[in-house]
Design a protein around this ligand. Structure first.
Ligand code: HEM
Length: 308
């Protein structure tokens, strides 16, 4: 149902929404640069754009994006980080609040019928029964976390790499398809979801290693885009590689990411609109890398500060 909802047609129809939100956020960023001489685009733009787009698509209203982002990031840290017992309790409070709020929202019946929450409400199982509330809330919970934090992380890396690649920022608004090609190259080389888990359903041999039935595997998705046998000179940013999509940034098989098309589109629109609205900016760098989000399965820069 999730895959069907986030289909290509719906993603294409969302482009004007994505553009409007991006323009809105970047106009505010430009005003901040004019007033203070700098702006941090991770928290003011990269994180907020996917949040606001998902709010529209899910049919969520009446909550500040910052609250949703806080809940979503807390879930990520609780499930994929290594929080101390004290921190686990703090995070669990936030995740519980999020789940409770979603339960009230899904029950509340205010979401438009065309939204994801509306689609969950009208969905019927093969026996004709509607989804129970717990399942509907679980679907919203994971779609929101899966779609919000990851896409914000991708946009942060896309912007940082574009700002430091000679000439790219200037060319993006004028050259059709360059933003999409750049996003794909970043997904291949530095995807936000670096690892994913699987459990073997039967014993198998992989690359000469015997893996027993029921083994827990941690798959290094990140490594697939840096394989020199598949991508010559993987360390170089080379948009327009013909086989660029042969990476595992969105996983593979029946659980492959159902939001891949939305994520790619949001990141390309984000880059294009940023490069045109903030044409004269440069990345503020003092020679050091920014702090990184460094969880078991997620890795991304936590800052993109620009100045004129
Ligand atoms: C750059 C952004 C994103 C990346 C890198 C990403 C990556 C992934 C990966 C690696 C998986 C696991 C796939 C597997 O098990 O084979 C996944 C699953 C999933 N993603 Fe994404 N994702 C992104 C954005 C999104 C968006 C925008 C949505 C929703 C609109 C979304 C919804 C989901 C869901 C619901 C699953 C679970 C699918 C299942 O287990 O059957 N993701 N994603």
């Amino acid at each position: 149902m999730v895959t069907r909802f986030f289909n290509a047609e719906r993603v294409a129809a969302a482009i004007p929404v994505i553009e409007r939100v991006a323009e809105d956020l970047l106009d505010a960023a430009r005003s901040e640069i004019e007033a203070t001489g700098r702006c941090e685009l991770f928290s003011s733009f990269a994180q907020v754009l996917p949040c606001r787009v998902l709010m529209e698509l899910l049919g969520i209203r009446g909550v500040a994006p910052a609250t949703l982002i806080g809940w979503s990031d807390a879930s990520l840290e609780l499930f994929w980080g290594r929080p101390t017992p004290e921190r686990q309790r703090e995070l669990a409070e936030l995740v519980g609040e999020f789940h409770q709020w979603l339960t009230d929202t899904v029950r509340g019946d205010a979401a438009p019928p065309t939204s994801f929450i509306g689609a969950l409400a009208s969905h019927r199982l093969p026996d004709g029964e509607p989804l129970d509330i717990g399942t509907a809330v679980a679907a919203c919970f994971f779609v929101f976390i899966a779609g919000q934090s990851t896409t914000g992380q991708l946009i942060a890396t896309v912007l940082r790499r574009a700002l430091t690649e000679p000439g790219l920022w200037q060319h993006v608004p004028r050259r059709t398809g360059l933003a999409e090609a750049w996003v794909e190259e970043v997904l291949c080389r530095e995807p936000p979801v670096t690892t994913w888990r699987r459990v073997t359903v039967r014993s198998a041999e992989l690359g000469g290693v015997s893996i027993p039935d029921g083994a827990q595997l941690l798959l290094m998705l990140l490594g697939s885009g840096s394989d020199p046998e598949v991508f010559p000179h993987p360390e170089r940013m080379r948009p327009y590689r013909t086989n660029v999509r042969h990476h595992l940034a969105f996983g593979v098989g029946r659980h492959r990411c159902p939001g891949a098309s939305l994520a790619r589109t949001e990141a390309a629109v984000a880059l294009r609109v940023a490069a045109s609205r903030l044409s004269g900016v440069r990345l503020e760098e003092d020679g050091t890398e920014p702090p990184m989000l460094d969880l078991l399965s997620f890795r991304a820069p936590l800052g993109v500060t620009v100045s004129p």
